[in-house]
Design a protein around this ligand. Structure first.
Ligand code: NAD
Length: 261
């Protein structure tokens, strides 16, 4: 699908990090961008800078998603591009020079449930409801394509670390739903793809101490550094523009394989 000027697009988690870079990329390409995020201050600021719309949204709350999608649709029309970036990464970590000892967060059932509610059920809710709106649009590609939905998992889905039980489970869930949802939506001409970022330079990473960060960077085979949010956004664009990409998850991680400890 061509990323034509004025294509309506929705980015959850667009107030920060990977979602913010994606919202900026889409706006620079001329898309009409709606940012759906909990962070009202940041979300409004980013939306203001890119000439987009901000709607305060909790993706774990179905009524909030319904209201946000209705607001975005009223302003821009039903979205042809949906990028699910909203997410949390809970779990306290005690970082030592040798290893991240973490904390077994599976003991905390409320935290586990909240992580699943936002990262997995939130992604499903936005995907399912936005797809229903997208299905009402006329096709725009020679193959009958109507639009694209991109989800964000993590390498933690396969390489989960200490303290990441909830996070890894939520991201494995996102990967697990990618192929069946893509198949479900294929008769509507809607593609679904998932990106599995490795280690990216975003506010989610801000609390990592410098020495641990250096060790993490060194653990990326090539390039030995954290990914830049713009590199995530560039992959979103490549997915939008390549109609054969459908139903799979792509690692974007510099070939890192986080070793279990
Ligand atoms: P971030 O914290 O910078 O941005 C996440 C955004 O999601 C924030 O703006 C936050 O307000 C929003 N959000 C949180 N809960 C929400 C909710 N219930 N409803 C709506 N919005 C909500 O993080 P990031 O690094 O940009 O992460 C974006 C996505 O990428 C997340 O799903 C994260 O799990 C995933 N990811 C990040 C990394 C990384 O290294 N940064 C690696 C792998 C996967």
């Amino acid at each position: 699908m061509k990323l034509d000027a004025s294509t309506p697009a929705i980015v959850t988690g667009g107030a920060s990090g990977l979602g913010e870079a994606t919202a900026r990329m889409l706006a620079a390409a001329g898309a009409k961008v709606a940012i759906l995020d909990m962070n009202e201050e940041r979300g409004r600021a980013v939306a203001g800078e890119i000439g987009g719309l901000f709607v305060r949204t909790d993706v774990s709350d179905e009524a909030s998603v319904d209201a946000a999608l209705a607001a975005a649709k009223a302003a821009h029309g039903a979205a042809r591009i949906v990028v699910n970036c909203a997410g949390i990464a809970p779990g306290k970590r005690t970082v030592t020079k040798k290893r991240d000892t973490g904390e077994f967060v599976a003991h905390d059932v409320a935290s586990f449930a909240r992580t699943i509610a936002i990262n997995l059920i939130g992604t499903f809710t936005v995907t399912a409801k936005a797809a229903a709106d997208m299905a009402t649009l006329p096709p725009v590609t020679p193959d009958g394509g109507r639009g694209v939905i991109v989800c964000t998992a993590s390498v933690a889905a396969t390489d989960g670390q200490i303290g990441q039980a909830a996070y890894a489970a939520s991201k494995a869930g996102v990967m697990g739903m990618t192929l069946p949802v893509a198949r479900d939506l294929s008769t509507l001409g809607i593609r679904v793809m998932t990106i599995m970022p490795g280690l990216f330079e975003t506010p989610m990473f801000a609390s990592v101490p410098e020495d641990y960060r250096t060790a993490l960077e060194a653990s990326v085979p090539f390039p030995s550094r954290l990914g830049k949010p713009e590199e995530y956004a560039a992959l979103v664009r490549a997915i939008i523009e390549n109609d054969m990409l459908n139903g799979s998850a792509i690692r974007l991680d510099g070939a890192i394989r986080l070793a279990p400890k």
